[in-house]
Design a binder for this molecule. Sequence first.
Ligand code: ZN
Length: 233
Amino acid sequence: MSAPSTTVTTSANCWSCNAATGGAHFCPACGKIQPLQKGTDYFAFFGMPQKLTIDLATIEQRFHSLSWKLHPDHFARASEDVRQLSLDLSSQLNDAYRTLRDPVARVEYLLSLNGLRKEGQKKQQAPPELLEEVFELNESLDELRETRASDGSAAQMAGLRAKLESAQLKFESSLADVDQELARVSADWDAALDSATEESEKKKLMERMNEVLNRRSYIRNLVNGVRQELEGT
Ligand SMILES: [Zn+2]
């Protein structure tokens, strides 16, 4: 048997001894490192279901254990292909860990797996409940820029700064609300997986997550924009 020359395989058997691998990273019979089974996503990489509530201690422990086992140092005397495989899997492990340990990136990833996350497709609209506040914020920002350009008085600048700081606090609190909403819909998703919910219902949940993520990124951009403007004064 020759060593694998690709990172992904459609075979369910070990490249070296032909035993069934069950999708494990190492052959249960001979212990040789294995390419990924086709369709292995980040969740499967860690041997986890596609659930959004992840115990961080568990995933951290799996990450460290896999990171050690896959480490290229262990394969210094192996064939070129096997060494390359350990490098590729280590790099995928890092990507998978970085994505799954972050609750927002985790949801984005789940949606992209299902073809539902298309960021940067169109300019995001202000969430209806924030329309008025966004309008006021833009006015204050314009005012600040004009005052700055026309060398307004220190008192004027301080007043505008205070206004923007209070708007920023408000948007930061909206961001915290959105994160809570994301946690709630994530919990609903996990419950749906447990109860074998119909695909159409799952799709609805994913659309909800997508909507929450869009709102989140809109608000986060606002908060960052105000911060930059304040730092520039
Ligand atoms: Zn084997």
